[in-house]
Design a protein around this ligand. Structure first.
Ligand code: ADP
Ligand code: MG
Ligand code: MG
Length: 207
C-alpha cells in the first residue's frame, strides 16, 4: 500500500496532466455536442500549467501541491471549469491541512470539501448533468473505505459510474442547459474529466 503523501500528490497532478492531454480530443468532442467545444483544451492547458509550476522539486506537503493546482487552474483555465476545479483543489488543500499522509477518512473529507466548493460556486444539484454528478457519488464511495488508496479507488469507480449516468440527463446548469431537452443523450464533459482526475489519483498510488 502506497502512502498518500506529498510525493504521491505530485505524481497525481502529473498523471492528471498526462491523462487529460491523452483525452483532450475526446473531451473537446463531448463539449462540442452540448457546449462550446473547449473543455479538452481548457483541462489540458490547465494541467500543463500545473506541472510547469510544480517544477522538478518535490512539493513540501500534500496541501502545498493541491494549492499549486488550485492557483494554476484558476488562472489558466477560463470558462466554467477553471473556477470550479480551482475552488475544488483549494478546498481540498485546506481540508488536508497539515497531514503528511491521507488515510480513508482524510480522503473522504478532502473529496467532500472539493465537492462542497464546486456546489457553493456553481449551485448545481445532483442530477443537473454537471461534474457534481461525478464528485458526489465519489464522496459517498470514499466514505466506505478504511485506507486512503482504497478510498480513492472506490471514489474513482463511483465517479466513472456517475459520469456515465449523465448520458440521459437534461442539463440544468452551465452552457449545456441552453440546449434544454437536446442536451440528453450526451455525456457531461466535466463529469468525465472529473472521473479522469480521480482515476489519476489511483494510478499515482499504484505506480
Ligand atoms: P465552459 O462551459 O465555460 O466552456 P468548460 O467547457 O471547460 O467551460 O466546462 C464545462 C463543464 O463545467 C460542464 O461539462 C460541467 O461539468 C461543468 N459545469 C458548468 N457549469 C457548472 C455548474 N454551475 N456547476 C457545476 N459544474 C458546472
Ligand atoms: Mg466548454
Ligand atoms: Mg468555454
Amino acid at each position: 500500500m502506497t502512502d498518500l503523501n506529498a510525493a504521491w500528490a505530485d505524481r497525481w497532478l502529473r498523471e492528471c496532466a498526462r491523462v487529460l492531454a491523452m483525452h483532450r480530443e475526446e473531451l473537446i468532442e463531448l463539449d462540442r455536442a452540448i457546449g462550446d467545444g473547449d473543455h479538452g483544451e481548457n483541462m489540458d492547458r490547465g494541467f500543463q500549467a500545473v506541472v510547469e509550476k510544480l517544477g522538478d522539486g518535490p512539493s513540501e506537503s500534500v496541501a502545498a501541491a493541491l494549492k499549486v493546482a488550485a492557483m494554476m487552474l484558476m488562472s489558466k483555465v477560463g470558462g466554467a471549469a477553471g473556477p470550479l476545479y480551482g475552488t475544488a483543489f483549494l478546498r481540498a488543500s485546506a481540508a488536508v491541512g497539515e497531514r503528511d499522509t491521507l488515510d480513508g477518512p482524510a480522503v473522504e473529507a478532502m473529496l467532500a470539501a472539493a465537492r462542497d466548493g464546486i456546489v457553493a460556486r456553481g449551485k448545481a444539484d445532483l442530477g443537473d448533468k454537471t461534474m457534481v454528478d461525478a464528485w458526489s457519488p465519489a464522496v459517498v464511495a470514499a466514505g466506505h473505505a478504511a485506507d486512503g488508496e482504497a478510498a480513492f479507488a472506490a471514489a474513482a469507480a463511483a465517479a466513472e459510474a456517475g459520469a456515465l449516468a449523465t448520458m440521459p440527463l437534461v442539463a440544468r446548469k452551465g452552457r449545456a442547459s441552453y440546449l434544454g431537452e437536446r442536451s440528453a443523450g450526451h455525456l457531461d464533459p466535466g463529469a468525465v474529466s472529473t472521473s479522469y482526475i480521480l482515476r489519476a489519483a489511483v494510478t499515482a498510488a499504484v505506480s
